[in-house]
Unconditional design. Structure first.
Length: 256
């Protein structure tokens, strides 16, 4: 299944994603709803369109703004992060998402081992009351990446959660994409796809390099042909839905 992340939209305009979805069958393309429940506009937009959203396959990207998943228990950021996840449960009940994407951290690395400990304690707490499975993303680039390539692989091997691989983060961090996919092939349930200059987390359209997209699809077919694929673009693509539509068409062609 292919999904479109609403990351490209402002909280009050997430339903503009239907400008893309209207070009495809509902069994081909769904929505990854980026949870901005710290925004009243977002909450209102989603609540006003619940019945429309129910028509599509849905995944969630967990709360991101004003959060840090590696914050120590009792801290203001910890309390805020947990509060936002609990609020998202109301949407879980209504939309029944396939999974929620979990970032292990949302800040520059300081005290790595303590951050890792906090992140997984917080994850264990959240999954204790979340009705939706959480999947762990290889979040962060360079100084914001909590794990290097082998550390991420080893961590996911021993955790019970499945993985979402962000191929843009893999590229910007200089990881070996085939190595990551091959070693985690039985754990990967989804991908975020976008591209960048190899250094920065730019979330650019895959149309910048369709050869790169084709190389990814070849690995996808070889190792994880049943995983989901999510196009996760930056905010400059709002109003440029035609680009995203063409990217999906090209992706579907490669997937044949």
């Amino acid at each position: 299944m292919i999904y479109i992340s609403t990351n490209m939209y402002k909280p009050e305009s997430v339903m503009n994603v239907t400008k893309i979805l209207d070009h495809f069958d509902k069994n081909q393309v769904g929505i990854e709803l980026f949870i901005f429940n710290n925004s009243e506009d977002f909450v209102s937009e989603v609540n006003d369109n619940i019945e429309k959203l129910k028509e599509y396959s849905i995944t969630f990207h967990g709360p991101y703004l004003e959060t840090d998943h590696s914050a120590p228990k009792g801290s203001d950021l910890y309390n805020r992060t947990i509060e936002l996840y609990k609020q998202s449960l109301e949407f879980d009940k209504l939309l029944n998402p396939k999974y929620i994407v979990f970032h292990t951290n949302n800040k520059t690395i300081e005290g790595k081992e303590e951050m890792i400990k906090n992140a997984f304690e917080n994850l264990d707490e959240i999954k204790g009351w979340s009705q939706t499975p959480l999947v762990i993303e290889n979040a962060g680039v360079k100084k914001n990446s909590l794990f290097d390539e082998e550390e991420f692989i080893e961590t996911l091997r021993i955790r019970e959660e499945n993985a979402l691989i962000d191929i843009g983060h893999v590229k910007a961090n200089g990881w070996n994409l085939e190595n990551v996919i091959e070693k985690l092939s039985d754990k990967i349930v989804s991908y975020h796809i976008h591209t960048n200059d190899g250094l920065h987390d730019q979330h650019l359209s895959v149309s910048k390099d369709y050869d790169e997209l084709k190389d990814f699809v070849n690995l996808y077919k070889k190792y994880t042909p049943d995983a989901d694929i999510v196009l996760e673009y930056n905010a400059t693509y709002e109003g440029k839905e035609d680009i995203v539509v063409e990217d999906i068409k090209q992706l579907l062609e490669y997937l044949k």
